[in-house]
Design a protein around this ligand. Structure first.
Ligand SMILES: *Cc1c(COP(=O)(O)O)cnc(C)c1O
Length: 368
């Protein structure tokens, strides 16, 4: 049995350091608003090369608070990928604004910069690319279009801690990056967590106020804020995990390289990596026309896979109000029908990867 995710193995590998960090916080008696969060913010800012990191309760809040701090509100539009995690769209909706989907480049699954300009209207405020599956979106053309039209750029970095675009780590390319530390991400808490990185001091300050009920001074509320804190326990855990992030990303890269070589002459669409991208392989995603049959047969040989994501946001019941139908975003719909994520987590063994390669090759060779 090869499981897709083994979060317990990730704990056991760092057990000693994690137990010590957890005990330190528990015995300090300080659970919200202490030095662990401050130190994690400083550590992660240094890691990203950003001047500010603001910890919040989760990745969706990181997106939502960053958009709010950019003054996105009712009547505004935000450009989002049509193939996305629903959270990216929900953050826009939580501001009272409308997500405006743009199709991906089907080789990289990232928002296609060539299609963004046609989606801009006088109501557009922000462009929100997602660094999907751990591969950076093509930031330079996105930033050029945003600059030309006076728009902000917020990146969704939930899959891409440590990934590099043209040699530089994600964290400072756009106006801000929203991060999630959900337990299955590359940099993961043992519960919920999130953050925003930015070089904009004013934006960071606004998010700090928003996360704390709109308050800077106790009992004085400047704005109608939210309660969205990264807690001390998660921050202490994240400080431990951050030290191991590059090592674990390197392992993911070894597995991804093995897959790329193993599938080189196989009738399967493999991830395409442009020469300017250094992905961190949050997910290793292949495509096949008979995806469902492939997944079922892998499952029967004891190999667990996942689909990211089975239903595109525009066809979710939650977004039926936008009036899209099947066919509205055909590239995205095809991607959602064909993608399959293979096991690629950092605690896998190389033998497991080889077994997956063997099983996939054997199954695919019997398919048209
Ligand atoms: C996980 C995820 C989020 C949301 O993060 P939470 O911490 O679960 O709120 C947002 N965007 C993407 C792409 C994600 O994968």
């Amino acid at each position: 049995m090869i499981s897709f995710l083994d979060l317990k193995a990730r704990y056991l590998e760092l057990r000693h350091e994690l137990d010590e960090a957890i005990a330190r916080v528990v015995s300090s008696g300080c659970f919200i608003g202490g030095t662990e969060v401050e130190q994690f913010e400083a550590d992660y800012a240094a890691y990203c090369g950003a001047t500010h990191v603001v910890g919040v309760a989760n990745g969706l809040d990181a997106l939502h608070l960053a958009l709010s701090a950019m003054d996105v509100g009712p009547g505004d539009e935000v450009i989002v990928p049509s193939n996305a995690n629903i959270a990216t769209w929900l953050a826009v909706s939580q501001c009272g604004a409308t997500p405006v989907p743009v199709e991906p480049d089907v080789r990289t699954y990232s928002i296609d910069p060539a299609l963004i300009e046609a989606a801009i209207t006088p109501r557009t405020k922000v462009v929100l690319p997602v660094h999907l599956y751990g591969q950076p979106a093509d930031m330079d053309p996105i930033l050029a279009i945003a600059r030309k039209h006076g728009l902000k750029v917020l990146e969704d970095g939930a899959h891409a801690h440590g990934a590099r675009y043209k040699g530089q780590r994600l964290g400072v390319h756009g106006d801000a990056v929203a991060w999630s530390f959900y337990p299955d991400k590359n940099l993961a808490a043992m519960g919920d967590g999130g953050a925003v990185s930015t070089n904009d001091a004013q934006l960071a300050d606004r998010i700090r106020v928003l996360r704390n009920c709109g308050s800077r001074i106790k009992h004085e509320n400047e704005v109608k804020g939210y309660s969205s804190q990264l807690d001390e326990l998660q921050a202490a855990i994240l400080r431990v995990k951050l030290k191991h992030l590059d090592g674990w990303n390197t392992r993911r890269k070894v597995f991804a390289t093995r897959y790329q070589q193993g599938f080189a002459d196989c009738n399967l669409t493999m991830p395409f990596v442009p020469d300017w991208a250094e992905p961190v392989w949050h997910l290793y995603v292949v495509r096949h026309r008979q995806r469902d049959a492939l997944q079922k047969r892998l499952d029967s040989t004891g190999i667990e896979t996942m689909i990211h994501y089975p239903i595109p946001p525009h066809l979710q019941q939650a977004y039926s109000g936008l009036g899209y139908t099947p066919g509205s975003f055909p590239k995205s719909e095809q991607v959602h029908k064909e993608v399959l994520s293979l096991p690629a987590g950092p605690t896998l063994r190389l033998e497991d990867v080889d077994m997956v390669i063997g099983a996939v090759r054997a199954i695919v060779s019997t398919m048209s």
